[in-house]
Design a protein around this ligand. Sequence first.
Ligand code: CS2
Length: 477
Amino acid sequence: MTSLSRDTLSALPATIVRPGHDPAAIRTGVVHFGPGAFHRAHQAAVFDRVLDQDPRWGIAAVSLRSGTTTDALKRQDGLYTLAVIDREPSMRIIAAHSDTVGPGEGARLRALLADPAVRIATSTVTEKGYCLRSDGSLDFDHKDIAHDLARPAEPASVIGWIVTGLAARHAAGAAPFAMLCCDNMTGNGGKLRAACAAFARELDPALAGWIEAEVAFPDSMVDSITPASDAAFLAKVRHELGVSDEAAVQRESFTQWVLQRFDMADGPDLAAAGVTLTDDVRGYEQAKLRILNGAHSSLAYIGLARGLETVFEAMSDPALEHFVSRLMHYDIAASLKPVEGLDVAGYADAVLDRFRNPEIRHLLSQIAWDGSQKLPYRLLDTVQDALDAGRSVERLAVPVAAWMAFVRRKAQAGETITDPLADTLAQAATGSDVATAMLALRQVFPERLATDPRFRHAVVEALVAFLDGDIEPLLAR
Ligand code: CS2
């Protein structure tokens, strides 16, 4: 079947919203690592708006591992459908990608990163893509980091590529690009800066100093619920468009990008495209990670234990819905520092409402991926704050135990655990003392938290209930 492309754009039905600019006229000003569904539904939609006014900010989509998305984008001249799945559904064609770089195209990536027209790099490679330890610092034992330090001319990791790109500019006396991390980690920009500087220090201390002093790594909070594009969704898009679109994405209508203000003369007008630029991202970031993502992971692990499949189903389970609502309103809200202009209770209610979107089929199994990487930011920081303040961690221990029980079920059934620590987790979760073995994983649980008797007790108690299949009393907490 014919694909969406510049040639087929004009023949699309009138209900499909076309780009507000000429897709052929855009030039590359941004290099993006990890053009997955979230990037295409979120940052790219923002740059698409920017491009309506200014053609300099087209995105080169870079995939270091799999060429599936970059190949589809290339076939489709960078075009794809953004379907907003909400009370008022809509479909819009995004024309934000001016170039693609797939695996094995290192020379092209090197050239792009050195191109003075490229002034911004962005990344959505998920938490694990940054090769960080649980304390947020660069993991020098990570095989990709060890590889890249041994062969810096042929990086395998995103960190290696960012530093390679910056090194070329430093050597040429050129201005750096700004590096915008768009993943769900606390202090994401600061962590990425520290990781890049630590990597660079091993190769060239002067470069490390320059990265620390001259390169902008603004922190950001990114938010929009983006379920994976499954076959049913792609078939629906094909039906609506009359042509196929292998890069189509779907998301809720809510979308938010709060970005730390950074200096860039004559840069893109991100504010006009809907980005909130502020000097204090931390508060927003923490509220979003702990409230939305913390609740998401809780719904996922507890919901899967109850045989549920989607966020909507989990929210339709009264006991689970009440539990998660109390978790947000009491335990998580109490851990947040006040943020000017943010009413935490209202925010939590709005998030719960988004979870109740009946149009969105967001799989709990998708959210359950990479628990070892997500739990620290989403739940464990909240637990540590509660312990420090002398509050109860009885409720907060429930999703943590639910994660352990989830890993155990998967491992016992011989099913794949999608997590960079899969083998280690499976081993820990199938022994006789699951809680002790899991809490001993320093890649997940910092020493101080793991050895706190209040937390340990609460986790053990909740885990027993999960393993016995009797969690009603836990949810009534
Ligand atoms: C989800 C997030 O998959 C997950 O882990 O919690 O992708 C979530 O949907 C987004 O962060 C919402 O902004």
